[in-house]
Ligand binder design. Structure first.
Ligand code: DGY
Length: 429
């Protein structure tokens, strides 16, 4: 335990750049949105002020329309080190009408809203220091604007759920769940871009060139429509269970923050309730015992079972029958909780399952952390304890791998990955 704590601390301190933490010096050399939220959740145990800083730096890159970009670029990193780089996104010009900052270069898409959840936990780790620095009063309006953006501009179907418009947005980039929707997207010419990720990670662990060509096309179209959600002809528009579950959990955290700073907590609780009702109404599949994403272009649910469909287990006040069904599905043949390593990102029994390739099967530490909390919340202490023990052992033995081959537990992707270290620290406490 002492070794684990020390090793995890080293990873986070080595990946700290002075104002924020990079997910990885090599593969991800800038600041990522949901990574930073998970990182802050771990950092609060060893450096609470730095954890506040982490979130403040990210919120400093927020756009005027409320969106928190998925990447805030570090200007001292060479352009070729990561693709797509700032010259691709052109945030300060293409994003001008949406209020992109002029001082920081960012991407134009978003990632899951884990930030209010992180801000509240960071506050609780050292309330005196938080008060002294005025942390919550400073971040509250920004977090509220972020949630407002998601529940207005991103409610593309008018069904009270936030939609994602690019596979990088739900964070499960190349999940088989997106295959059908992506097949409709005309790939960008292969020679129009150069991937940098393959300089740092095995090609067998990463999305394919064809995936990238489609990611590039979707981002280009959004950019060329000035990142305007209403004007962009979205070829990819999806209601994702995990993205919305995190929005709900964060809305509950925002209510707690509002109460602390003397703002209206009731409005946040009402929105959390309405979003929970919409999630159950639109995405719950009672037959499968899992939440399914919905494709807004066809209007149909997406049949694939991914770990995203289990994440709503974290929602406070989720009806008990749904929570029990989710726990049952996690332990069933598709995810085999307790029998394989952590929680596979995709249905083990599906033909699309791939044990090595990014979000097509490997087990990730952030989703395991979320499922762990969901199990604790809904009275599954035994299963939660076993998952926690597995998590800590795997984080240490894999040198804080990005993800794991679920059957062997071997590390995949890069090592010394920040959120793996941060969430290990959190589970140690
Ligand atoms: C990447 O670059 O691989 C990320 O997942 C996209 O943000």
């Amino acid at each position: 335990r002492a070794h684990l704590r020390q090793a995890a601390t080293h990873v986070l301190f080595d990946n700290w750049t002075g104002a924020a933490t990079v997910p990885s010096r090599a593969l991800y050399p800038h600041q990522w949105s949901w990574d930073s939220a998970f990182i802050a959740i771990g950092l609060r145990h060893i450096a609470p002020r730095r954890a506040q800083r982490e979130l403040e730096t990210l919120l400093g890159a927020q756009w005027g329309d409320g969106r928190i970009p998925h990447i805030a670029f570090n200007p001292s990193v060479p352009l070729g080190a990561y693709f797509p780089s700032p010259d691709f996104w052109r945030s300060s010009t293409a994003g001008r009408n949406a209020g992109a900052p002029s001082t920081t270069q960012t991407s134009g898409i978003v990632q899951p809203p884990v930030h209010a959840l992180a801000a509240w936990q960071v506050h609780l780790a050292d309330p005196a220091e938080s008060r002294r620095r005025g942390f919550l009063p400073r971040v509250y309006p920004r977090l509220a604007a972020w949630h407002r953006y998601l529940s207005t501009s991103r409610d593309l179907a008018g069904g009270s759920l936030a939609a994602v418009v690019h596979p990088w947005e739900p964070g499960l980039d190349n999940s088989p769940c997106w295959d059908e929707a992506l097949a409709r997207v005309e790939p960008a010419p292969r020679r129009s871009f150069r991937r940098a990720d393959l300089d740092h990670s095995s090609a067998a662990d990463r999305p394919t060139d064809l995936d990238y060509a489609r990611y590039v096309r979707l981002a280009t179209t959004y950019r060329d429509h000035a990142y305007d959600d209403a004007r962009t002809p979205h070829a990819f528009a999806i209601e994702d269970p995990s993205f919305n579950a995190l929005l709900i959990a964060s809305e509950h955290a925002l209510a707690a923050i509002a109460r602390t700073v003397g703002a209206d907590a009731g409005a946040h609780l009402r929105r959390a309730e309405a979003t929970t009702a919409a999630l159950i109404d639109r995405l719950w599949d009672p037959a499968g015992g899992i939440f399914l994403a919905r494709d807004l272009v066809t209007g149909e649910p997406i049949a694939g079972h991914s770990v995203s469909g289990l994440v709503p287990l974290i929602i406070p006040g989720l009806p008990q029958d749904i929570a029990s069904a989710l726990a049952g599905t996690a332990h069933g043949p598709r995810f085999r909780l307790g029998q394989v390593h952590l929680v596979p990102s995709y249905d083990l029994t599906a033909k699309e399952f791939d044990a090595n390739r990014y979000w097509r099967g490997p087990s990730w530490f952030n989703t395991a952390w979320l499922i762990h909390h969901g199990l604790v919340r809904h009275g599954e202490a035994g299963a939660a304890g076993r998952l926690r023990a597995q998590f800590l052992t795997a984080a240490y033995h894999s040198e804080f791998a990005e993800y794991l081959e679920p059957y062997t537990g071997e590390g995949r992707g890069i090592r010394r990955f920040s959120w793996t270290a941060a969430l290990a620290l959190d589970l140690l406490h």
